[in-house]
Write a new protein. Structure first.
Length: 249
């Protein structure tokens, strides 16, 4: 169910994963940070769907506008690509059950701000204010072991937000499953499993909303991104795996 070479590592992590105490988790509000539109479905779709089903306070924030995925496509400016991806994300979140508008943080795609810079600090303050206003106490985002600069930046933002809230962040893995050393990376974290196989169809439908990332809608790009079928299988998982850094426990 998971892309190689991470399939064996996923199985081993699943065997030692603890069941996420969802009844207790549902008493807290959640902020889910996605580096790009589509990561919310790929990595946290089951979590979002289950929290929405339980009517838990929930907000999703997109770190970047995703405008860098189809550079040079005729008739598609970065602004138009960003607008399309925002519409796709709204539809995906509607299917997952999220009823609150997503927060767009508007970082440039693949050009993350470094920690302790003014734009980074403004983002952290904005998310902390959102969490306090909406009574959100848990933060989940992509893992820093994901080999993409925006995913790593999202992890840094989540840590900073969680530190201000006095909570422990949790991480979901997307591109990390393609790493040859994923087993070694997982050795340093504690896995939690949210079993929600009933949401697999919903997550697949949510992912299908991101047609621009699946090879549709935008053609002729000089730099064209298409999510592989192997990566799409992440939406078929019977449970969502969340990772907790051991030194944070």
């Amino acid at each position: 169910m998971v892309v190689t070479p991470g399939r064996a590592a996923w199985r081993r992590a699943a065997l030692r994963a603890r069941a996420l105490p969802i009844a207790a988790a549902a008493r807290e509000g959640w902020l889910v940070i996605a580096p790009h539109p589509d990561d919310e479905a790929l990595g946290a779709g089951g979590l979002i769907a289950e929290l929405a089903r339980r009517r838990v306070p929930l907000r999703v924030a997109f770190l970047t506008d995703g405008s860098g995925s189809h550079v040079g496509a005729p008739g598609w400016s970065a602004r138009r690509v960003a607008a399309l991806r925002a519409r796709e994300a709204r539809e995906a979140l509607r299917i997952l059950g999220g009823d609150a508008p997503a927060t767009s943080l508007n970082w440039r795609d693949a050009a993350p701000h470094a920690p302790d810079t003014p734009p980074f600090d403004r983002t952290v303050r904005r998310l902390v204010a959102l969490c306090r206003r909406a009574r959100l106490t848990r933060v989940a985002t992509t893992w820093e072991a994901d080999p993409h600069c925006d995913h790593q930046a999202a992890a840094q933002v989540a840590r900073a937000v969680a530190r201000r809230l006095g909570t422990t962040p949790l991480f979901y893995c997307v591109w990390g499953w393609t790493r040859d050393d994923i087993a070694q990376q997982l050795a340093g974290v504690r896995p939690w499993a949210l079993h929600a196989p009933q949401h697999r169809g919903i997550v697949r439908r949510a992912l299908s909303c991101h047609r621009s990332q699946l090879g549709g809608r935008i053609t002729g790009a000089r730099e064209r991104f298409v999510l592989s079928r192997a990566m799409r299988r992440l939406a078929d998982r019977p449970f969502t795996m969340l990772l907790e850094e051991r030194d944070a426990a």
